[in-house]
Design a protein around this ligand. Structure first.
Ligand SMILES: Nc1ncnc2c1ncn2[C@@H]1O[C@H](COP(=O)(O)OP(=O)(O)OP(=O)(O)O)[C@@H](O)[C@H]1O
Length: 240
Protein backbone atom coordinates (compact mmCIF):
# COMPACT_ATOMS: atom_id res chain seq x y z
CA UNK A 1 0.00 0.00 0.00
CA UNK A 2 1.14 3.53 -0.78
CA UNK A 3 -0.30 6.45 1.16
CA UNK A 4 0.06 10.18 0.55
CA UNK A 5 -0.56 12.19 3.69
CA UNK A 6 -1.30 15.89 3.27
CA UNK A 7 1.12 16.15 0.34
CA UNK A 8 1.77 19.52 -1.22
CA UNK A 9 4.10 20.08 -4.15
CA UNK A 10 4.82 23.35 -5.88
CA UNK A 11 7.46 24.52 -8.36
CA UNK A 12 8.93 27.99 -8.44
CA UNK A 13 8.12 29.71 -11.72
CA UNK A 14 10.56 31.92 -13.57
CA UNK A 15 9.60 35.53 -13.09
CA UNK A 16 7.98 34.81 -9.71
CA UNK A 17 5.06 32.87 -8.34
CA UNK A 18 4.58 29.17 -7.78
CA UNK A 19 2.98 26.41 -9.79
CA UNK A 20 0.83 24.29 -7.45
CA UNK A 21 0.94 20.67 -8.55
CA UNK A 22 -0.54 18.95 -5.49
CA UNK A 23 -2.33 20.86 -2.78
CA UNK A 24 -2.67 19.04 0.56
CA UNK A 25 -3.46 15.64 -0.97
CA UNK A 26 -4.27 12.67 1.25
CA UNK A 27 -5.02 9.45 -0.60
CA UNK A 28 -4.42 5.72 -0.21
CA UNK A 29 -3.36 3.72 -3.24
CA UNK A 30 -4.33 0.08 -2.74
CA UNK A 31 -2.32 -2.80 -4.20
CA UNK A 32 -4.00 -2.54 -7.59
CA UNK A 33 -3.00 -1.65 -11.15
CA UNK A 34 -3.70 2.06 -11.17
CA UNK A 35 -3.86 4.40 -14.17
CA UNK A 36 -2.97 8.03 -13.52
CA UNK A 37 -5.08 10.43 -15.56
CA UNK A 38 -4.74 14.16 -15.95
CA UNK A 39 -4.27 16.89 -18.51
CA UNK A 40 -0.86 17.99 -19.77
CA UNK A 41 0.97 19.54 -16.86
CA UNK A 42 -1.52 18.25 -14.27
CA UNK A 43 1.30 16.60 -12.30
CA UNK A 44 1.32 12.90 -13.29
CA UNK A 45 5.09 12.64 -13.72
CA UNK A 46 5.69 14.69 -10.60
CA UNK A 47 3.44 12.36 -8.61
CA UNK A 48 5.31 9.29 -9.91
CA UNK A 49 8.63 10.90 -9.02
CA UNK A 50 7.40 11.63 -5.52
CA UNK A 51 6.07 8.09 -5.02
CA UNK A 52 9.45 6.72 -6.14
CA UNK A 53 11.27 9.06 -3.76
CA UNK A 54 13.27 10.89 -6.47
CA UNK A 55 11.43 14.13 -5.68
CA UNK A 56 10.36 15.28 -2.21
CA UNK A 57 7.06 16.95 -1.48
CA UNK A 58 7.23 20.50 -0.05
CA UNK A 59 4.99 19.33 2.76
CA UNK A 60 3.44 16.07 3.90
CA UNK A 61 4.61 12.46 3.78
CA UNK A 62 4.51 9.49 1.46
CA UNK A 63 4.31 6.12 3.14
CA UNK A 64 5.25 2.98 1.19
CA UNK A 65 5.30 -0.55 2.51
CA UNK A 66 6.14 -2.04 -0.88
CA UNK A 67 9.29 -1.86 -2.98
CA UNK A 68 8.61 0.65 -5.75
CA UNK A 69 10.64 1.20 -8.91
CA UNK A 70 11.88 4.48 -10.30
CA UNK A 71 9.51 5.89 -12.97
CA UNK A 72 9.98 3.67 -15.96
CA UNK A 73 9.80 5.26 -19.34
CA UNK A 74 12.17 5.42 -22.17
CA UNK A 75 14.19 8.38 -20.98
CA UNK A 76 16.94 6.69 -19.07
CA UNK A 77 18.67 9.01 -16.62
CA UNK A 78 22.07 7.45 -17.03
CA UNK A 79 25.50 8.84 -16.34
CA UNK A 80 26.29 9.85 -19.91
CA UNK A 81 30.07 9.60 -19.61
CA UNK A 82 29.89 6.01 -18.35
CA UNK A 83 29.32 3.03 -20.61
CA UNK A 84 26.01 1.21 -20.66
CA UNK A 85 27.63 -1.65 -18.78
CA UNK A 86 29.02 0.63 -16.07
CA UNK A 87 25.59 2.18 -15.62
CA UNK A 88 23.96 -1.24 -15.30
CA UNK A 89 26.56 -2.32 -12.74
CA UNK A 90 25.99 0.82 -10.71
CA UNK A 91 22.22 0.34 -10.54
CA UNK A 92 22.54 -3.39 -9.77
CA UNK A 93 24.81 -2.57 -6.85
CA UNK A 94 22.48 0.19 -5.67
CA UNK A 95 19.62 -2.30 -5.44
CA UNK A 96 21.73 -5.04 -3.89
CA UNK A 97 21.34 -7.36 -6.88
CA UNK A 98 23.69 -9.93 -8.33
CA UNK A 99 25.56 -7.77 -10.87
CA UNK A 100 26.30 -10.58 -13.31
CA UNK A 101 22.69 -11.70 -13.35
CA UNK A 102 21.41 -8.16 -14.01
CA UNK A 103 24.01 -7.58 -16.73
CA UNK A 104 23.04 -10.84 -18.43
CA UNK A 105 19.32 -9.93 -18.39
CA UNK A 106 19.89 -6.39 -19.66
CA UNK A 107 22.28 -7.55 -22.38
CA UNK A 108 19.74 -10.16 -23.56
CA UNK A 109 16.90 -7.70 -23.55
CA UNK A 110 18.57 -4.57 -24.92
CA UNK A 111 20.54 -6.37 -27.66
CA UNK A 112 23.10 -3.58 -27.77
CA UNK A 113 25.97 -5.97 -28.45
CA UNK A 114 29.34 -4.19 -28.38
CA UNK A 115 27.63 -0.84 -27.81
CA UNK A 116 27.10 -1.85 -24.19
CA UNK A 117 30.80 -1.03 -23.79
CA UNK A 118 30.40 2.44 -25.30
CA UNK A 119 29.59 5.64 -23.36
CA UNK A 120 25.86 6.29 -23.08
CA UNK A 121 26.39 9.79 -24.55
CA UNK A 122 27.03 8.11 -27.91
CA UNK A 123 23.70 6.19 -27.88
CA UNK A 124 20.78 6.99 -30.13
CA UNK A 125 17.47 7.65 -28.35
CA UNK A 126 16.32 4.14 -29.31
CA UNK A 127 19.46 2.57 -27.82
CA UNK A 128 19.01 4.63 -24.69
CA UNK A 129 15.42 3.41 -24.50
CA UNK A 130 16.46 -0.23 -24.85
CA UNK A 131 18.98 0.10 -22.05
CA UNK A 132 16.56 1.99 -19.77
CA UNK A 133 13.69 -0.40 -20.26
CA UNK A 134 15.89 -3.51 -20.07
CA UNK A 135 17.36 -2.34 -16.80
CA UNK A 136 13.98 -1.65 -15.25
CA UNK A 137 12.78 -5.11 -16.23
CA UNK A 138 15.87 -6.75 -14.69
CA UNK A 139 15.24 -5.50 -11.14
CA UNK A 140 12.25 -7.00 -9.32
CA UNK A 141 9.83 -4.55 -7.72
CA UNK A 142 6.47 -5.01 -5.99
CA UNK A 143 5.11 -1.98 -7.80
CA UNK A 144 6.40 -0.60 -11.08
CA UNK A 145 5.89 3.09 -11.70
CA UNK A 146 5.41 3.68 -15.39
CA UNK A 147 5.49 7.00 -17.22
CA UNK A 148 4.01 6.78 -20.72
CA UNK A 149 5.07 3.28 -21.63
CA UNK A 150 5.86 2.17 -25.16
CA UNK A 151 5.93 5.56 -26.76
CA UNK A 152 9.13 5.01 -28.75
CA UNK A 153 11.14 2.14 -30.14
CA UNK A 154 10.90 0.08 -33.30
CA UNK A 155 8.10 -2.45 -33.78
CA UNK A 156 10.20 -5.37 -32.60
CA UNK A 157 11.29 -3.59 -29.45
CA UNK A 158 7.74 -2.48 -28.66
CA UNK A 159 6.48 -6.04 -28.92
CA UNK A 160 9.30 -7.35 -26.80
CA UNK A 161 8.72 -4.65 -24.17
CA UNK A 162 5.03 -5.45 -24.09
CA UNK A 163 5.68 -9.18 -23.64
CA UNK A 164 8.15 -8.76 -20.80
CA UNK A 165 5.97 -6.15 -19.16
CA UNK A 166 2.96 -8.47 -19.22
CA UNK A 167 5.04 -11.32 -17.78
CA UNK A 168 6.14 -9.08 -14.96
CA UNK A 169 2.56 -8.13 -14.09
CA UNK A 170 1.84 -11.68 -13.01
CA UNK A 171 3.58 -10.99 -9.69
CA UNK A 172 3.78 -7.20 -9.50
CA UNK A 173 1.48 -4.22 -9.74
CA UNK A 174 1.82 -1.02 -11.74
CA UNK A 175 0.99 2.61 -11.33
CA UNK A 176 0.94 4.01 -14.83
CA UNK A 177 0.60 7.57 -16.12
CA UNK A 178 -0.60 7.74 -19.68
CA UNK A 179 -2.64 9.74 -22.17
CA UNK A 180 -3.46 6.52 -23.98
CA UNK A 181 -6.82 5.20 -22.82
CA UNK A 182 -6.04 1.99 -24.71
CA UNK A 183 -2.86 1.39 -22.72
CA UNK A 184 -4.62 2.20 -19.45
CA UNK A 185 -7.47 -0.16 -20.25
CA UNK A 186 -4.99 -2.92 -21.12
CA UNK A 187 -3.03 -2.75 -17.90
CA UNK A 188 -5.03 -0.96 -15.21
CA UNK A 189 -8.24 -1.64 -13.30
CA UNK A 190 -8.51 1.50 -11.18
CA UNK A 191 -7.64 5.16 -11.67
CA UNK A 192 -6.25 8.23 -10.00
CA UNK A 193 -7.33 11.50 -11.56
CA UNK A 194 -5.24 14.64 -10.96
CA UNK A 195 -6.86 17.98 -11.58
CA UNK A 196 -6.06 21.43 -10.23
CA UNK A 197 -3.89 20.21 -7.40
CA UNK A 198 -6.42 17.63 -6.19
CA UNK A 199 -6.60 13.89 -6.78
CA UNK A 200 -9.53 11.48 -6.83
CA UNK A 201 -9.13 7.71 -6.63
CA UNK A 202 -11.59 5.59 -8.64
CA UNK A 203 -12.00 1.95 -7.78
CA UNK A 204 -13.11 1.31 -11.34
CA UNK A 205 -10.90 2.58 -14.18
CA UNK A 206 -13.95 3.21 -16.41
CA UNK A 207 -15.33 5.71 -13.87
CA UNK A 208 -11.98 7.51 -13.77
CA UNK A 209 -11.88 7.75 -17.57
CA UNK A 210 -15.44 9.14 -17.64
CA UNK A 211 -14.49 11.78 -15.07
CA UNK A 212 -11.37 12.61 -17.09
CA UNK A 213 -13.41 13.08 -20.26
CA UNK A 214 -15.86 15.25 -18.32
CA UNK A 215 -13.18 17.62 -17.04
CA UNK A 216 -11.85 17.86 -20.59
CA UNK A 217 -15.31 18.75 -21.87
CA UNK A 218 -15.50 15.86 -24.32
CA UNK A 219 -19.17 15.50 -25.23
CA UNK A 220 -21.13 12.25 -25.43
CA UNK A 221 -23.38 11.35 -28.35
CA UNK A 222 -26.87 9.83 -27.94
CA UNK A 223 -25.34 6.36 -27.53
CA UNK A 224 -23.18 7.67 -24.73
CA UNK A 225 -19.97 7.47 -26.77
CA UNK A 226 -17.29 10.12 -26.57
CA UNK A 227 -16.02 11.76 -29.73
CA UNK A 228 -12.87 13.67 -30.40
CA UNK A 229 -13.33 17.19 -31.68
CA UNK A 230 -10.28 16.76 -33.84
CA UNK A 231 -7.35 14.40 -33.75
CA UNK A 232 -4.79 17.00 -32.72
CA UNK A 233 -6.83 18.47 -29.89
CA UNK A 234 -7.74 15.17 -28.33
CA UNK A 235 -4.74 13.16 -29.33
CA UNK A 236 -4.71 11.34 -25.99
CA UNK A 237 -7.79 9.48 -27.17
CA UNK A 238 -6.15 8.40 -30.41
CA UNK A 239 -6.13 4.67 -29.82
CA UNK A 240 -9.73 4.36 -28.59
N1 LIG B 1 11.57 20.71 -12.44
C1 LIG B 1 10.52 21.53 -12.61
N2 LIG B 1 10.65 22.85 -12.42
C2 LIG B 1 9.60 23.69 -12.59
N3 LIG B 1 8.36 23.29 -12.95
C3 LIG B 1 8.18 21.98 -13.15
C4 LIG B 1 9.24 21.03 -13.01
N4 LIG B 1 8.75 19.79 -13.27
C5 LIG B 1 7.44 19.96 -13.57
N5 LIG B 1 7.10 21.27 -13.51
C6 LIG B 1 5.77 21.84 -13.73
O1 LIG B 1 4.87 21.11 -12.90
C7 LIG B 1 3.66 20.86 -13.58
C8 LIG B 1 3.42 19.34 -13.60
O2 LIG B 1 4.36 18.74 -14.47
P1 LIG B 1 4.33 17.18 -14.78
O3 LIG B 1 5.44 16.88 -15.73
O4 LIG B 1 4.27 16.45 -13.51
O5 LIG B 1 2.90 17.06 -15.51
P2 LIG B 1 2.29 15.82 -16.34
O6 LIG B 1 0.88 15.68 -15.87
O7 LIG B 1 3.18 14.64 -16.26
O8 LIG B 1 2.30 16.44 -17.81
P3 LIG B 1 2.28 15.74 -19.26
O9 LIG B 1 0.98 15.04 -19.40
O10 LIG B 1 2.35 16.94 -20.16
O11 LIG B 1 3.49 14.86 -19.34
C9 LIG B 1 3.80 21.50 -14.96
O12 LIG B 1 3.19 22.76 -14.91
C10 LIG B 1 5.29 21.64 -15.15
O13 LIG B 1 5.58 22.76 -15.93
Amino acid sequence: MIRLIDVTKTYRMQGGGRRWVLNGVTVTLPRRNIGILGRNGAGKSTLLRMISGIVDPDRGRIHRDVRVSWPIGFRGSFQKQLTGLENVRFVARLYGMDEREVIRKVADFAELGPFLLQPVRTYSSGMNARLAFGLSMAIPFDTYLVDELMSVGDANFKQKSRDSFEALLKDSRIIMASHSMGALRSYCDSALLIDNGRVIFFDDLADGIEAYFDINGIPKDKQGRRHRRNAAEWSFDSDD
